[in-house]
Write a protein that binds this ligand. Structure first.
Ligand SMILES: [Zn+2]
Length: 278
């Protein structure tokens, strides 16, 4: 089974808000210059992933000019082109596009995107707002998974109320054939809520990027009950070491099968039409 990191950012310091730039610098430490380089070179990024024991990485677009910055869909598509190990996920900011569903179709059909990520806390909408429903309908039709930021954020201007995973409950009910991923597992206030949604809904998953892996069983004591739903992501470059997080998951008191599901099997299942030979 491959190891898959479903949560990577490629950032250009010139396109980031100052506090986002400072955050990347603080999480990267003395590696910062190397990391800015890796985020400009797909070959270097893939090498870094392999050095950390990761076979495939999902690269995320983000169009949040007020709260974090902009990584356009064009940038991510171009970065991932021809790199079998990199899987691009688009972002549509629903307040900045006249016809979000048509834009998503363009991203997937013409630009090769394999999934969608939404940023309610950074872009100011509730996950069940009517403004986003056409995106879900289109994603369901195109059979691509949708990642949705849940929980806290340290960036200025982010609004926590939009990060409650409960807003995804309506979406899970209204789009039963759409795979929905709760990014950061409801970080902060809502771990139990995120766990319950993943347990209740066949189509809802729980992603653990940005959570200290050694605390996973504290946040989700019954994690093994949703072993088929937990997905590993690193939020690189927002952490010191991907390998250290993978090792920490490997040393948790969980069955080997569960660890293998978290570190790649579950994501491979979601991305089965995308990954060669899985
Ligand atoms: Zn992230």
């Amino acid at each position: 089974m491959p190891t898959i990191d479903i949560h990577l950012h490629i950032l250009d310091p010139a396109d980031l808000r100052p506090w986002a730039r400072e955050y990347v610098q603080a999480s990267s430490g003395e590696e910062i210059e190397d990391r800015w380089q890796m985020m400009r070179s797909p070959e270097l990024l893939v090498q870094m992933l392999h050095d950390n024991g990761v076979d495939y990485g999902v690269v995320l677009s983000e169009i949040s000019p007020i709260t974090t910055g902009v990584v356009s869909n064009e940038t991510v598509a171009e970065f991932c082109a021809g790199q079998g190990a990199l899987i691009p996920f688009a972002n549509i900011n629903p307040s900045m596009v006249a016809n979000p569903a048509r834009e998503l179709e363009r991203c997937v059909v013409e630009m090769g995107f394999k999934g969608l990520k939404l940023y309610p806390t950074y872009q100011g909408f509730f996950a069940n707002d009517s403004i986003v429903y056409p995106l879900y309908a289109k994603a369901q039709e195109l059979r691509i998974p949708v990642m949705i930021h849940t929980g806290s954020s340290v960036f200025r201007g982010a609004r926590l109320k939009y990060g409650d995973p409960l807003w995804m409950d309506d979406v899970a009910v209204d789009f039963p054939d759409l795979s929905l991923i709760q990014v950061h597992g409801g970080r902060g206030f809502w771990y139990r809520r995120a766990f319950l949604l993943a347990r209740l809904h066949r189509n809802v998953y729980l992603e653990i990027a940005g959570l200290p892996p050694q605390k996973l069983l504290e946040y989700f004591p019954e994690l093994e009950k949703i072993a088929d739903k937990i997905i590993f992501g690193s939020d690189w470059p927002g952490l010191r070491s991907i390998r250290a997080n993978i090792d920490a998951i490997r040393s948790l008191p969980l069955s080997e099968r569960t660890k293998s599901k978290i570190l790649g099997e579950n994501a491979a299942c979601l991305l089965r039409d995308v990954l060669p030979g899985t």
